[in-house]
Ligand binder design. Structure first.
Ligand code: AKG
Ligand code: FE2
Length: 346
């Protein structure tokens, strides 16, 4: 057993967390400081049409945006963030019962990453994380820890509020795409809601590590609370941009399933987390997943005339296995589902 958070202060990067040189942050394209993500105001009364257009524009340009006045009360976010930080601060023996690398467990804590292929290729990532099923709350809350005492009630409130926000955003996006407002409801988001609570302790040498490797998320969209410590970077036009924390916002990004269902219109974007030496960082990531037997394919209405579907139909079960097995890289995952136009080579 070994979580990073079991050691109160790290004075050096333990050997197993030193990444091979080709995976370290500075070997990648440099960070472009001039580009910032759009912040979209969801306040009621702004006009639905305006908001829908802003989301689709940001979605097409960045695949990432931030939202303010999103309807999730700041106290609800703050309470769960505090309880989660307290969880990681508990002594090792209190976290031990939850320690597992079995991805099917409804509540577990682990370190580094879930990507099987990347795990075997050397170097852990500078992250501890909780992975948990959070919705419907009543079905899963008995799996959540009794300590810290605020964990269960604060997570219940957070999970419900974020579920509502995600559903609202999906309704707005569907509308912006010219689909039924209810398009993403039902099987596409009915397979449960999963949360990653990521804990990145201060790192004595950020040049040797990454908090999380470059990857794309699975679902239609991801709702992320990143607090006030920066670390998230997104790929934009071949370079990394920093997703600077804006108080009381959520960061929203599209995942692979959105790219596939929209036939490439709204793309999943690679992102990663870098570490820093001064402050611990906590991020809470919420995703709604499809039912395992949900059939996924480009929405017929979005396969425009004269064009063909870019992805073949598949069941979410198959996608899930491919995603876990792949090395997290965007193309590694998507190429398994792409249809290559007749006459072209892979
Ligand atoms: O910590 C972050 O900001 C990003 C986390 C993330 O990308 C994930 O858990 O999928
Ligand atoms: Fe992610």
């Amino acid at each position: 057993m070994g979580l990073l958070s079991d050691t109160p202060v790290h004075h050096a990067v333990p050997d197993e967390y030193v990444l091979p040189p080709e995976k370290r942050p500075e070997t990648d394209e440099f960070v472009d400081p001039t580009v910032t993500l759009p912040v979209i105001d969801l306040a009621a009364g702004r006009g639905r049409h305006l908001v829908v257009n802003e989301i689709i524009k940001a979605g097409k340009e960045f695949g990432f945006f931030q939202v303010v006045n999103h309807g999730v009360r700041d106290e609800v976010v703050g309470a769960f963030r505090s309880a989660a930080a307290e969880f990681f601060a508990m002594p090792a023996e209190e976290k031990l019962p939850y320690y597992s690398d079995d991805l099917t467990k409804p509540f577990r804590v682990d370190t580094s990453t879930t990507y099987v292929l990347d795990r075997s290729s050397g170097g852990r990532y500078w992250r501890d994380y909780l992975q948990l099923q959070c919705f419907p709350v009543d079905r899963y809350s008995q799996d959540w820890p009794a300590e810290p005492a605020a964990f269960v009630p604060s997570l219940a409130a957070y999970a419900k509020a974020v579920q509502t926000l995600a559903a609202t955003l999906l309704g707005l996006i569907a509308e912006g795409l010219g689909l039924e407002e209810s398009f993403f409801r039902g099987e596409l988001t009915g397979g449960g809601t999963l949360m990653n609570v990521n804990w990145y302790p201060p790192c004595p040498d950020p040049s040797l590590t990454l908090g999380l490797l470059p990857h794309c998320d699975r679902p239609l969209l991801t709702v992320l609370s990143q607090g006030d410590v920066s670390g998230l970077q997104a790929k934009h036009k071949g370079r990394w941009i920093a997703v600077q924390p804006v108080p009381n916002t959520f960061v929203i990004n599209f995942g692979h399933l959105m790219e596939i269902v929209t036939n490439g219109l709204l793309q999943s974007v690679e992102h990663r987390a870098v570490t820093n030496s001064s402050a611990a960082r906590l991020s809470v990531v919420t995703i709604m997943l499809p039912n395992m037997d949900c059939r996924i394919e480009p929405a017929p209405a979005l396969v425009t005339e004269g064009e063909q579907a870019k992805f073949r139909p598949f069941l979410f079960r198959e996608f899930n296995e491919a995603y876990a097995a792949a090395a997290a890289n965007r193309e590694d995952v998507l190429q398994r589902f792409r249809i290559h136009p007749a006459g072209t080579m892979e």
